[in-house]
Design a protein around this ligand. Structure first.
Ligand SMILES: Nc1ncnc2c1ncn2[C@@H]1O[C@H](COP(=O)(O)OP(=O)(O)OP(=O)(O)O)[C@@H](O)[C@H]1O
Ligand SMILES: [Mg+2]
Length: 381
């Protein structure tokens, strides 16, 4: 999964470590252990008060703290640090096994790890700090994801509740208005079903459990099908549709339905964000791979938004208000990566957008492991 993560704090790639240790010998040991690694930059303090002052003025990538300090002990230290700097990963240092229960309590409250002094060498210390930062990053991503998902589910649920309540309580009596309220309820249900299904698909694709159904098929025929599917809607909006495909039929081995889903998502987006001009679908035969694109003459995308496009629930720039779950491009990327392909966008504001993807003509089974169980189709020669 790749939801929007917390902002990168340290563009220099240096890892800022805050050490809380009042024992000089122990503090020196940590300083020596980290001195050889050019990545770590250590700030050392001996009291909780001094640590809180440091945390007020700057961000640290990881905090390493003794559990006994002159102005605090045990969980109190951890709680004070986390209150001041809720997103920082904390690794605790305990003097002996006897104090392990304090460290365990802190782990239950969110500390990343604990080390028993004298039982770790330089390598184990560095490893613990690195793991703590990685785990913390995953936890922040998970928290962010849960927050966004609940928000995305809450909106349609609220609309659903409101519409049904208004009809049930007789607030709406006019037959036409009743119908409209029920249509809002139905739309909300549709949105909930789509979001849930896409999230389930994303999760199973990411964990490599999704059963892709691979088979040989003609790319030209698939694009023709897309044309038939969308031309009325595109022309109905006053836009023109152009398709450019190789003269010779291009055969590929992939999951046809999922590739159709990629095209559908991209064409839907092009339709959504284009008010005048043209939508073009293009496929190029590149011997071992194919290169496809869906281009439009719509709003375009600001350069700073391009890296965010494929994140979950990403709705960029002024397009924020447009209806959509913000999952379409994430699923496109999962599908293409599962087929060993890739997808990217090229655009400038006002100059339209072009989404390009490449995919090998024959994805190897290793890229799509579930296919061998789910697929009944033969692999190409
Ligand atoms: N062709 C395009 N032109 C301009 N902006 C685009 C285009 N395609 C995508 N975007 C931007 O990228 C965002 C993410 O697109 P994505 O398809 O993932 O989600 P969505 O269209 O909002 O919702 P859905 O899950 O229903 O597809 C869009 O909300 C829009 O801000
Ligand atoms: Mg979309």
């Amino acid at each position: 999964m790749q939801p929007n993560a917390a902002p990168e704090k340290n563009p220099t790639n240096r890892i800022n470590v805050l050490l809380l240790e009042d024992d000089e010998v122990d503090a020196k040991w940590v300083q020596r252990a980290l001195k050889d690694s050019p990545t770590f930059r250590l700030t050392s303090v001996g009291t909780v008060a001094a640590a809180l002052e440091c945390l007020k003025s700057r961000d640290f990538d990881v905090i390493l703290s003794d559990l006994h300090l002159p102005d605090g002990s045990g969980l109190d230290i951890f709680n004070a640090l986390i209150k001041q700097s809720p997103q920082a990963p904390v690794v605790l240092l305990t003097g002996s096994i006897l104090n392990e229960h304090h460290a365990m309590e802190a782990i239950h409250q969110g500390a990343q790890d604990y080390l028993i002094k004298g039982q770790v060498d330089q390598r184990a210390l560095i490893q613990a700090l690195n793991y703590a930062m990685e785990r913390n990053k995953l936890m922040l991503m998970r928290d962010h994801f849960v927050h966004v998902v609940s928000h995305e589910l809450k909106n349609p649920l609220n609309a659903l509740q409101l519409s049904i309540t208004m009809v049930k309580d007789g607030i709406i009596v006019d037959a036409k208005e009743k119908k409209e309220a029920l249509q809002v309820a139905l739309n909300s249900i549709g949105r909930l079903v789509r979001t849930t299904q896409t999230l389930l698909d994303l999760a199973s694709m990411e964990s490599r459990k999704y059963s892709f159904q691979q088979a040989n098929f003609s790319l030209n025929a698939l694009i023709e099908e897309m044309k038939q599917l969308f031309h009325r809607e595109i022309e109905g909006k006053g836009l023109s549709l152009k398709t450019i495909v190789p003269d010779r039929d291009v055969e590929i081995f992939a999951d046809r339905d999922q590739l159709a889903r990629v095209f559908t998502n991209l064409i839907h987006n092009a339709l959504k964000f284009t008010q005048k001009g043209q939508i073009s679908i293009r496929a190029d035969d590149q011997e071992d791979s194919i290169r496809c694109s869906v281009a439009d003459t719509g709003t375009g995308i600001a350069p700073e938004d391009i890296p965010k496009l494929f994140r979950r629930f990403s709705r960029t720039g002024k397009t924020n208000t447009t209806q959509g779950t913000g999952l379409g491009l994430s699923i496109c990327r999962e599908i293409l990566e599962a087929h060993q392909g890739r997808i990217w966008a090229e655009s400038a504001p006002g100059a339209g957008a072009c989404f390009i993807f490449t995919i090998p003509k024959a994805a190897t089974p290793a890229a799509v492991p579930a296919a061998s169980e789910g697929s009944t189709h033969a692999r190409p020669a």
